[in-house]
Design a protein around this ligand. Structure first.
Ligand SMILES: Nc1ncnc2c1ncn2[C@@H]1O[C@H](COP(=O)(O)OP(=O)(O)O)[C@@H](O)[C@H]1O
Ligand SMILES: [Mg+2]
Length: 342
């Protein structure tokens, strides 16, 4: 049975000085609206997004193309104007002065999908890796050489590749260079936006393994964006499912994958084969959800979980055991929570 607990999801921001107990990253009510352009109306690409990422853990962010994953990552990194609150290491990034924000950038880095376009073609590997060290001055100039060797070793590349250029490497090796560059300044948090989507399956597994072992060694936290749910299952501790700019479900990966609450999560998972035959059988027995969820009606009275948000003012977020939550938005008519896979 689902037990909606209305207010737990909206945690009030922790005051300065209490940051010890705070997750590395805390996002509340994040919103990004792209203004209307000729022929296009304004797009609420990200809407009321709340996320927490504790130190040394990975939050997977999944959802179909266009659901707002990249925009979420960029807004968190303050690369886009946004509303709401983004706190990194207990400090509010929104409205931070440019100089101060520049200082915070060494704590937050990113790894993007395409290692071909994200490395400067005319820079050598050592130039690429030394650049963030110079910008953020995390090591003295005399220590840069040694740090470059250390970084190459960290990502499993030979020290002798230092003088080579990006085009001399395979896709997987280039992604190792991108990862080394992201980790050069010892960040606390890295946004990995589809970091293995452009690689073939065997190489994907190697990069996922590398990211996992680096997390164990360095304690870095990841926001791992992917449309491939199998990859997220390998790397993430928790997973957030995004639909139309909103998080519709969030919880421990094992829990969400075994007992998805939201119909959209089911649609995503139905496309992924599972090795457990019992789970797979139960899955196929459940009726598929095919409705266009965007056109699902807003509930007039009680929502699918039995709350009347208009009357009691409770949020659309509903919490279950183990901090597993789901939104009551975007449920097609006729589908009830109890119809979801047990
Ligand atoms: N710079 C932009 N200007 C206008 N609309 C944008 C821009 N970037 C993204 N969008 C729109 O925002 C929505 C979310 O895009 P995105 O975050 O890239 O999704 P995802 O990463 O999940 O594929 C899409 O509707 C996309 O068209
Ligand atoms: Mg994207």
């Amino acid at each position: 049975m689902s037990v909606p607990i209305s207010q737990q999801h909206r945690v009030p921001p922790v005051e300065a000085g209490q940051s010890d107990s705070e997750p590395v990253l805390m996002v509340r009510d994040l919103g990004v609206t792209f203004p209307a352009r000729r022929g296009h109306s304004a797009v609420a690409a990200v809407d009321v997004v709340d996320l927490d990422i504790p130190a040394g853990t990975t939050l997977g962010l999944v959802g179909e193309s266009g659901s707002g994953k990249t925009t979420t990552g960029r807004a968190i990194l303050q690369l886009l104007p946004s509303s709401g609150s983004v706190r990194l290491l207990g400090r509010e990034l929104g409205g931070m002065r440019p100089g101060e924000l520049r200082g915070m950038r060494r704590h937050m880095q990113f790894v993007l999908q395409n290692p071909y376009s994200s490395l400067h073609p005319r820079m050598t590997v050592e130039g690429i890796l030394a650049e963030p060290l110079r910008v953020h001055r995390t090591v003295p100039a005399s220590g840069i050489d040694a740090r470059v060797d250390e970084l190459l070793d960290l990502v499993g590349l030979d020290a002798e590749v230092r003088r080579r250029y990006p085009h001399e490497f395979s896709g997987g090796q280039r992604q190792r260079i991108v990862i080394a560059r992201a980790l050069a300044v010892d960040p606390d948090f890295v946004v990995c936006d589809e970091p293995v989507s452009a690689l073939d399956v065997r190489i994907q597994a190697q990069i996922v393994e590398l990211l996992t072992s680096l997390q164990q060694r360095l304690g870095v936290s990841y926001l791992f964006i992917a449309h491939d749910l199998a990859v997220v299952q390998q790397i993430a501790d928790r997973v957030a499912v995004m639909y139309a700019g909103r998080i519709v479900e969030l919880g421990d990966v094992a829990d969400v994958y075994a007992r998805p609450r939201h119909p959209y999560t089911r649609i995503l998972l139905d496309a992924v084969p599972v090795p457990d035959p019992d789970v797979q059988r139960a899955r196929l027995a459940a009726p598929p959800v095919q409705a266009d969820l965007r056109s699902a009606p807003e509930p007039e009275g009680e929502c699918v979980f039995g709350r009347n948000h208009r009357e009691d003012g409770s949020p659309e977020w509903h919490l279950f055991d183990g901090g597993h939550g789901a939104s009551c938005r975007y449920w097609p008519a006729g589908v009830r929570p109890d119809d979801t896979r047990a």
